[in-house]
Design a binder for this molecule. Sequence first.
Ligand code: NDP
Length: 299
Amino acid sequence: MPAKLLEGEPIANEIKQEVEAAIADLKSTHGLTPSLAAVQVGENAASRVYIRNQRRSFEEVGMNYKLHELPQDSTQEQVADFIHQLNEDDSATGIILQMPLPKGIDEKALQMEIAPAKDVEGLNPASLGLIAYDNPRLVPCTAMAAIKMLDATGVEVRGKEAVVLGRSTIVGKPVALLLLQRKYSATTTVCHTGTIDGGKLEEHVGKADILIAAIGQREFVKGEWIKEGSIVIDVGINRVRVKSKKTGKTRSKIVGDVEFDTAKERAAFITPVPGGVGPVTVSLLLQNTVNAAKWQVEE
Ligand code: NDP
């Protein structure tokens, strides 16, 4: 039987409703409207579209969104100084550093400069460290989105074999740490390019009751590798060009890290790409921003 589709939109809508309620509460109790300060260094066409969408999603739920544009030739020190100013600025309750940054700017070093209380992307070492302490606060949105998809299955995770493909700071590592929390207690394996070199990737995938793919390689994971009855959460976003059989025209399309059509015949649950993890990620940035504001005012 084909897998049940785990669509992101209903989960994202539920999170947005929680966010709207939390904003209303903050406004009535503390007279506070959460405000995100977005820092962009230099000019980038792709991030312009992304920022426009981000602004829209913040304004739709009633939060403030302020874009700060720094010149392309800003130095590491100048960007760090600007972040320090935002850290001290009470009118900014959250800070996000837009990617990509110009060449020569060290992204991780700047993430470390963001005050942990305002770190709505959850990429500061303090935020990541709290996950390791089994006390997550501001969690990287994509990693949390993958876990929300898993929650949506209603399947008991404890003792299941979870395999995470990818070990980035933004997705793979935090997902693995979240699965290791006592609350989930999955037996968790993390695969990366070393696993490929050891010739073991397919073997690990085949054992996964829960597979979370975040490698950024188009349809790399083949359907026949997937364990029957498993949960497949595909984080990958890969843009490909496809040619229409009818018109012969090529168009761009987004696919995941997993070969969806074949994987859905073996899995019990699967996320589509697009329309799976992506929309949930966006709603969790809203949630982190409102939570950061709430904790700043209440603690
Ligand atoms: P990175 O490129 O930072 O990390 C990729 C990871 O995958 C690395 O750990 C790398 O290993 C590993 N890897 C790459 N190729 C292979 C392979 N063939 N087999 C095993 N491991 C491999 O990517 P991100 O974590 O930032 O993103 C991963 C994917 O998620 C991308 O497609 C990205 O677009 C998508 N994404 C989706 C979001 C969403 O909202 N849905 C948001 C953010 C990202 P090594 O460490 O050894 O190099």
